[in-house]
Design a protein around this ligand. Structure first.
Ligand code: PLP
Length: 390
């Protein structure tokens, strides 16, 4: 008799976002006239840049004039070529090592299909929950690497050998980005253990520090041990459009992974929609780059505003420099949920409890700066007031 897949039973049941929504809805019901500011969501807060919207519309018009059907599962060559020229040629990565997808989220999950079913998968605690769920759903064993204040929330290699390591840099949820030195350490560790690093680099466009490279391939020899995943979701507001890409080098110490991924994406997908790939290509035109730079600058300014309000109020906060996320510590040893509740009830601010990303996130909340300047100013004032009036 057929059985349902039992891995579902191992997934954590109460995902935090429904709980947050319930608490916010309750507060809004009790205080209908009070404004609540949402620093919880990691979704984009600005409309699509006009040049990109225009490119998508043009592509749809083109499709109304001539038949444009299936594209290759690995992505249309115009987009692979453009990404190659602008992002990866300088690292010696080849055009056919770039695979277009419907986003980094799906790639983070499906990439596991390249590896032995017994491969042990490491990830940070606290972690972006999709790595955990994808690993559970693949039936593989998880090894958590505690990432704490002791290391300023920098994920460092451990002595233990594991096969695969998800590394989110800049990190969701902590907002901390690994430096060139940290990444060199990881590459050396992976070479030594013959492991593969799965680099989730979706927030690369937020990097501002000189010592943080915007790609793992800035590290010598990384193409032997690292697969990098990126997305247009956060850099260009594509969360509702869906387009990303993964780099699977041919020089990996398991060279068959490149051809196998090519095979796999062609089995799993018949490609990303033509207008969406055209929109992604438009991100690299001079005007597109300028419009996106202006959008990112809004989020970066919001992060800076929130961070300085918290620092001025004497709080301990991580991230917000190379990332749209800030990780705020409760000043009086509160749990994440206690801090969340206090901020919601007294400051009318929605955050995300750090404990929802893993036990090492306990005592922190995540704040997102995917907000407009106006909301950032209001939230910064509310935070300052909250922490200075007791
Ligand atoms: N990886 C991280 C770390 C994220 O925070 C997100 C979205 O919030 C994703 C992946 C999903 O990216 P995409 O929209 O490209 O699927």
């Amino acid at each position: 008799m057929v059985q349902a897949c039992s891995y579902f039973e191992d997934l954590k049941s109460a995902y935090i976002f429904p709980v947050i929504e319930k608490k916010v809805a309750q507060l809004e019901k009790e205080h209908p006239n009070q404004k609540v500011l949402n620093l919880g969501i990691g979704d984009v807060g600005l409309p699509l840049a006009p040049l990109i919207a225009g490119a998508i519309q043009e592509a749809v018009k083109e499709m109304a004039e001539r038949p444009i059907g299936y594209g290759p599962g690995e992505g249309l060559s115009f987009l692979r070529k453009t990404i190659h020229e602008h992002e990866y040629a300088r690292f010696g990565i080849e055009e056919d090592e770039i695979f277009i997808s419907s986003g980094a989220g799906p790639d983070c999950a499906t990439i596991l299909g390249l590896f032995d079913p017994n491969a042990v998968v490491a990830m940070a605690d606290p972690t972006y929950p999709a790595y955990r769920d994808a690993t559970i759903m693949s039936g593989r064993k998880i090894h958590y690497i505690p990432v704490t204040e002791t290391d300023h929330f920098c994920m460092r290699p451990q002595k233990e050998a594991v096969d695969l390591v998800y590394i989110c840099t800049p990190s969701n949820p902590t907002g901390v980005a690994l430096t060139q030195t940290h990444l060199e350490e990881w590459v050396a560790w992976a070479k030594h253990h013959k492991a593969i690093l799965l680099i989730d680099n979706v927030y690369n466009c937020f990097v501002t520090s000189d010592d943080v490279p915007d790609s793992i391939y800035a590290v010598e020899g990384a193409d032997e041990v690292a697969i990098e995943m990126r997305s247009f979701s956060k850099s260009a507001g594509f969360t509702g459009l869906r387009c990303g890409y993964s780099v699977v080098p041919k020089r990996l110490h398991l060279p068959m992974l490149h051809d196998n991924w090519n095979r796999m994406v062609n089995i799993l997908t018949n490609g990303v929609a033509y207008p969406i790939q055209k929109g992604a290509q438009a991100c690299y035109t001079d005007e597109g780059k300028q419009q996106l730079k202006e959008q990112i600058a809004v989020y970066q300014a919001s992060a800076k505003r929130l961070r300085s309000a918290l620092e001025n109020a004497g709080q301990i906060v991580y991230g917000g420099v190379n990332s749209p996320y800030l990780f705020l510590k409760g000043a009086n040893g509160e749990t994440s949920w206690e801090l969340f509740d206090e901020l919601l009830e007294r400051a009318r601010l929605v955050t995300v409890p750090g404990s929802g990303f893993g036990p090492c996130g306990e005592g922190f909340v995540r704040l997102s700066s995917f907000i407009s300047e106006t909301v950032a100013n209001e939230a910064a004032d509310a935070l300052h007031h909250f922490f200075t009036t007791g």
